[in-house]
Design a protein around this ligand. Structure first.
Ligand SMILES: *Cc1c(COP(=O)(O)O)cnc(C)c1O
Length: 419
């Protein structure tokens, strides 16, 4: 059996949407992007949605929008994909890395301790689709002491008057927090539509705004749209209309707009996300959970509790008591059986570039512990029950025959799937 890790969901409706775009002969930013933005608004109930060509460019845009510059600090978790920290470096600012919790997400207490008068933003990552503890993070950045030491330097910073909370929601489209989309919980939420994510546009991303009322949403939307198009006051579609040739450049923008040909892929997927693609992921997560729950070594990923529900982007299980080498051996054995798995993530301080600029894994013990025992299993709508069963039985066989496993059942995680 050959089981890929995360193939994109390409069905007839995707093909039809893309063909429709080609036949209309409008391939760059236009009606499909607009429609995708509308779908994201109705899915998340956000105030505004701006599609871009990647999560990374969306993050750079929003940091620049907030005036992040050399000398500023942005707090990020050590346990994430490189883009979270690189977006900060691209603005000339310093990513201040903090450790994560057992649920893989940024530790709010570590955030509190890392705040200085130079802190301008926090980028919290919803790992695997599990929403961060946004109520606690919001309480920290709005506490009188933290607000008092905030030093606004731009008009946006003066308007907000505090640290900007950005959600790296690359994994978490469709995740829920106290009955609303988790995206509602941050000032700015950025999704990724990279090929491996729950919804893909091949490459792409979307910025959702849920700013306090001092901001005029329509103005920010128009400004950010221009920002994605070189600061040009008219997009290509408007220019293509008769007599519309004259345009102006109003400021130094970026060029990070999403093309319609890409939006078409995501549009077809998002139309069936809530009713079809997302429930299919949840079923697989339940099958995994029930398949492994009796194993003494099984540590369940956070999936659902009374406040939050994941969008099941990954199934990042952990194997209690194993070393990094043992984990690597298990992955090799799964690979021999045709099962592709992954590790999310190699903590940033373990990567050459971040080591070179001074980050040390010793400062992030929880990130290392999570990483060294973690394996992400395949999870996607087209994974068949037979394949899921094969993955479960293969992993159980491999772990139980090769590994020294703890004799006592691991304390049940409080983050249980409903059975
Ligand atoms: C995929 C990913 C990104 C980057 O997304 P791109 O669209 O490829 O720029 C950022 N953060 C996390 C946590 C991711 O998994």
């Amino acid at each position: 059996m050959i089981i890929p890790f995360s193939p994109p969901h390409i069905d007839q409706s995707v093909v039809d949407q893309v063909l429709d775009t080609l036949k209309n002969k409008w391939v760059t930013t236009g009606p499909k992007v607009k429609e995708l933005e509308q779908e994201i608004l109705s899915l998340t109930k956000s105030d505004a949605a701006i599609c871009v060509n990647s999560w990374t460019s969306g993050a750079i845009l929003m940091l620049k929008w907030y005036g992040i510059k050399p000398g500023d600090e942005v707090i990020v978790p050590a346990y994430t994909y490189c883009a979270t920290a690189l977006s900060v470096l691209h603005c000339g600012a310093t990513p201040v890395m903090v450790d994560v919790q057992d649920d893989f997400n940024i530790d709010p207490e570590k955030v509190r301790n890392a705040i200085t008068p130079r802190t301008k933003a926090i980028i919290a990552v919803d790992f695997s689709g599990w929403p961060c503890d946004y109520d606690v993070l919001k309480a920290i950045i709005t506490s009188p002491k933290v607000v008092k030491q905030f030093k606004p330097e731009t008009s946006k910073q003066i308007a907000l008057g505090r640290i900007l909370l950005i959600s790296d929601a690359a994994h978490s489209i469709g995740s829920m927090y106290e009955g609303v989309a988790a995206a509602k919980k941050s000032d700015v939420t950025i999704f990724s539509f990279h090929a491996v994510k729950n919804i893909t546009t091949a490459e792409g991303g979307c910025i959702c705004l849920n700013l306090p009322p001092v901001f005029n949403v329509q103005e920010e939307y128009s400004y950010l749209k221009m920002y994605t198009l070189n600061g040009q006051n008219k997009d290509a579609l408007a220019k293509s209309k008769g007599g519309g040739w004259r345009y102006d450049i109003l400021f130094q923008g970026l060029k990070i707009n999403m093309p319609d040909i890409c939006a078409a892929i995501g549009l077809a997927q998002i139309k069936k996300y809530n009713d079809d693609l997302l429930p299919a992921r949840k079923i697989i997560a339940k099958q995994y959970y029930n398949g492994f729950r009796e194993q003494k070594w099984f540590v369940s990923p956070p999936l659902i509790d009374i406040h939050r529900e994941s969008c099941y982007h990954l199934f990042p299980l952990r194997i209690k008591g194993i070393s990094e080498d043992q984990r690597d051996t298990i992955i090799d054995e799964l690979t021999k059986l045709g099962i592709s798995v992954n590790v999310h993530f190699i903590p940033l301080p373990m990567l050459t570039f971040f080591k070179k600029i001074g980050y040390k894994i010793e400062d992030y013990p929880v990130a290392y512990k999570n990483y060294s025992t973690e394996i992400s299993l395949p999870i996607y709508p087209n994974l068949s029950p037979k394949e899921v069963k094969f993955i479960i039985s293969s992993l159980i066989k491999i772990v139980n025959s090769h590994m020294v496993v703890p004799q006592k059942k691991v304390a049940e995680s409080s983050l249980l799937m409903p059975v």
